[in-house]
Design a protein. Structure first.
Length: 360
């Protein structure tokens, strides 16, 4: 039974310099989009009690609260639900955050990216450090007790010291969850067409990553996934659903989903989505080999790693025997406890290289 759903809100006031997500500035299409989004949900959602719902983007905080309430009213939720809404800390009023909390949203993810105004300007963010502080204060006053913040490292002109300062600030704000992502220059972004100078190289990014881990550990955060840190009882339930390879609905333009062993996506054009919001594309039926590789690939992103017993029960293979060469090749990056394998901190650092070896 599906217990998680993702909703994509594809609107932004402007595109950040690093962004390749499906986000557009045609905010005038918002009402049309919400109408079609609701049409899709009403048609495809089967009434299961959801444990998690994630509203991402884009910039979901551009929506009116009435739009959010309308969307939420279409779902049934488990008593212990987690509903996350991404917010940008620009022009967020205390009243809007209070209304957001009252609508039933109980977790927010703030797109802070950095606690350095100069670096925010370099990556094209519209908000200031002061805006981030005000958002946290107003969110607390509104009733939010589960706040996450996104940070980026590897920004042009950013030093290890700059990264440390931002992470310490996030920790001292006593936030429940911190996500950190290394900057990647990808096709379609402004930076890809206009390559910035003074980009930290791979070695410096590695130093930044290890420093982030060190600081978060010092402040009592659990490094539960490659890019994510949480206080006790505040691990992202929604993201764990992904990493545990569980099914989930995907609603809205450019969203992806996983139902009945089929992965699918939606068109990344708002206009084309609105012409037919029920149209699913890139349908891919998962076979046994793919499911095995996905279980390993996603599971090893988690600090708890993967269970060889579970792999045997699900796929009838002996993990140690099948992957003996890989486990031997990267032995210093693995920790084995009982029936589990997990990556070390340095293993997380080269995880892309290690995990690719498990994929045929």
């Amino acid at each position: 039974m599906i217990t998680s759903a993702y909703i994509h809100i594809p609107f932004c006031r402007r595109k950040c310099n690093y962004c390749t997500f499906a986000s557009f500035t045609e905010i005038n299409l918002k009402n049309t989009y919400i109408n079609n989004l609701c049409k899709e949900i009403q048609h495809r959602y089967k009434g299961e009690k959801l444990k998690t719902l994630y509203i991402g983007g884009g910039t979901p905080s551009l929506l009116d609260i009435s739009d959010i309430k309308r969307v939420l009213s279409l779902f049934v939720f488990d008593s212990d639900y987690e509903i996350t809404c991404e917010v940008n800390p620009e022009n967020l009023s205390s009243a809007w955050l209070q209304s957001l909390f009252q609508s039933g949203i109980n977790r927010i993810s703030i797109g802070a990216q950095s606690f350095n105004d100069k670096l925010l300007k370099i990556i094209g963010r519209k908000h200031s450090v002061k805006d981030i502080f005000n958002t946290v204060i107003n969110a607390r006053n509104a009733g939010f007790s589960n706040i996450s913040v996104d940070l980026i490292y590897g920004i042009p002109n950013q030093s290890v010291c700059d990264v440390s300062s931002s992470v310490i600030t996030a920790c001292e704000l006593d936030l429940e969850h911190i996500s950190t992502y290394g900057l990647k220059i990808e096709p379609g972004s402004f930076f890809y067409k206009n390559l910035p100078k003074n980009l930290p190289d791979e070695d410096m990014q590695a130093d930044m990553y290890l420093k982030i881990n060190e600081i978060c550990h010092k402040y009592g955060y659990h490094h539960y996934e490659i890019s994510n840190f949480a206080k006790k009882n505040f691990i992202s339930k929604h993201n764990l659903n992904y990493w545990n390879a569980k099914e989930y609905y995907g609603f809205g333009c450019a969203s992806a989903g996983y139902e009945n062993l089929v992965r699918y996506s939606h068109l990344s054009s708002i206009e084309k989505y609105c012409l037919n919001p029920l149209n699913l594309t890139d349908l891919f039926v998962l076979n046994t080999q793919y499911l095995l590789e996905e279980y390993i690939f996603l599971g090893l992103r988690k600090a708890e790693g993967i269970s060889t017993n579970e792999i045997y029960k699900k796929f009838n293979i002996n993990f140690d025997n099948k992957y003996e060469k890989i486990l031997s090749k990267y032995s210093k990056y693995f920790v084995k406890t009982n029936d589990r394998y997990s990556l070390t901190e340095n293993g997380f650092l080269i995880s892309n290289c290690i995990l690719s070896e498990f994929i045929n």
